[in-house]
Design a protein around this ligand. Structure first.
Ligand code: GTB
Length: 216
């Protein structure tokens, strides 16, 4: 059965692949599962049909027959559990890879999202100049810890896994911040993720949709 995912009809990231459908596309490409894409407008996202799929009126969602999922991390886990290639067979190694998935979305991503909110939405607040360095300090703290753990390894725990897929996806959100560059091994880690053929196919697909929306 071919799953359908929802994506921004017109992504505010300008085709840079930063919205969370990208990690789902990447996972589907890694496991070789074809998929369909349903673009959703900002208006439709907050209306009944989409809210029935996603209680918070966001993208991405994932539909596969009777199954409807939201939350990008849960969707990637679902894909990884049902196909070979994104989680180790050994139960202990599998549990560790899933731990890295949670670490990406619950430990690393929140301060990165906080920074985006500060930069995009709080710039005119009187306290912005005080708050931004605090948020960036929290990101640096986590990047330092992650960098120390990764060391000179290619991936976080043995072979590439869904944990790396989510971690790289989260770190990519820092690309224009300059923060990642303070940790050369993390820069190289992200580059290794971006160089994967599955990532490149996923990136090209979301860019093609953005470009078609811009010219059509
Ligand atoms: N925890 C959920 C998940 O992981 O799936 C969060 C989903 C989420 O935040 N979705 C965003 C959304 O639908 C898109 S990804 N926002 C619309 C809304 O809430 O009304 C976040 C995102 C948006 C834009 C950029 N960008 O332009 O760079 C990057 C990331």
């Amino acid at each position: 059965m071919i799953p359908t995912i929802t994506v921004f009809e017109r992504s505010p990231d300008g085709g840079r692949g930063l919205a969370r459908d990208m990690r789902v596309r990447w996972a589907l490409e890694e496991v070789g599962q074809p998929y369909e894409v349903r673009p959703v407008s900002f208006k439709a996202m907050k209306e009944g049909a989409h809210l029935a799929l996603h209680p918070f009126g966001q993208i991405p969602t994932y539909e596969e027959g009777d199954l409807a999922l939201f939350e990008s991390g849960a969707i990637v886990l679902h894909i990884a559990e049902r196909h070979a290639g994104l989680l180790p067979d050994d139960a202990t190694a599998r549990a560790r890879a899933i731990t890295w998935m949670f670490a990406a979305v619950t430990t690393m991503e929140p301060p990165i999202v906080e920074r985006e909110i500060a930069v995009l939405l709080e710039r005119d607040e009187s306290w912005h100049a005080q708050r931004l360095p605090l948020v960036e300090g929290r990101i640096r703290h986590r990047l330092g810890e992650l960098s120390a753990r990764l060391g000179d390894a290619d991936w976080l725990d043995g072979a590439f896994s869904a944990g790396d897929l989510l971690m790289v996806s989260v770190l990519l959100r820092l690309k224009r911040s300059g923060l990642l560059e303070e940790y050369p091994n993390l820069v190289a880690y992200v580059a290794r993720g971006e160089a994967r053929p599955a990532y490149r196919r996923a990136f090209a697909a979301q860019l093609a949709l953005f470009t078609a929306g811009s010219t059509g």
